[in-house]
Design a protein around this ligand. Structure first.
Ligand code: GRF
Length: 215
């Protein structure tokens, strides 16, 4: 069944483009009905237009409070009867008005191996911490920032001499693979657990022993 998606962005839109490309190539059975940006000047809005999706900028500064802003976003999303919301570089915290409109139907991509390095500048946080491995995570959105059940993770090495730019680029390559894969997994029924906790039947995503999706 083809999923109807709404995508929220704030800027560049490379993850949005990865999703749109994966849909176009048939890798993902979904349709992006509408792309909403809190930044009306976001380059990602033109990417949405290039692929024929409705692209809307909704500036929070035009609303008296976050709830009214989010109500306007929800109205646009509901106008397209979207089933899942994808946060693809959406740089605003999600509040109750938005989340309660799509409970457990909103996913986010974050450039770290959550729960490590939540929030802004996750790649810099990883470099500063001196970890040997970082990566990206797709998770269900809750009211806690960069929290919620993890749907997929991919790790990348942190190499000697890495800068924020080189590490970010290595992670971004994997983001562009992971996000479409997780979205395609939303089409599958959740795996059934046996009484002993083993997964029976097709799991939506392959995982390695760390519970991360394999590449
Ligand atoms: C990505 O690194 C994503 O993980 C993070 O913000 C960045 C957005 O990049 N949440 P883009 O707009 O998809 O190019």
């Amino acid at each position: 069944m083809t999923l109807t998606l709404g995508v929220l962005i704030s800027g560049r839109g490379s993850n949005l483009e990865a999703v749109l490309g994966a849909i176009k190539s048939g890798e993902v059975d979904a349709r992006v009905a509408v792309v909403v940006s809190n930044n009306p000047a976001a380059p990602g809005l033109s990417i949405a237009c290039d692929y024929g999706a409705e692209a809307v900028g909704i500036d929070p500064n035009g609303y008296p409070n976050r709830s009214d802003y989010e109500a306007a976003v929800v109205e646009r999303l509901n106008a397209h009867q979207v089933e899942w919301i994808v946060l693809a570089g959406y740089m605003k915290l999600v509040g109750k008005t938005l989340l309660h409109a799509f409970p457990n139907r909103m996913i986010n991509i974050h450039p770290s191996l959550l729960p490590a390095f939540k929030g802004l500048d996750a790649q810099k946080q990883a470099l500063d911490a001196g970890v040997k491995e970082s990566g990206c995570t797709v998770h269900i959105v809750t009211l806690k920032m960069d929290d919620g059940p993890i749907l997929g993770q991919v790790s990348v090495p942190v190499l000697p001499g890495d800068t924020v730019e080189t590490l970010s680029q290595r992670i971004l390559v994997e983001e562009h693979r992971l996000l479409p894969r997780v979205i395609q997994g939303l089409n599958s029924p959740p795996p059934q657990l046996s009484p002993s906790g083993e997964i029976e039947g097709p799991a939506s995503l392959p995982t390695d022993r760390g519970g991360r999706t394999t590449r």
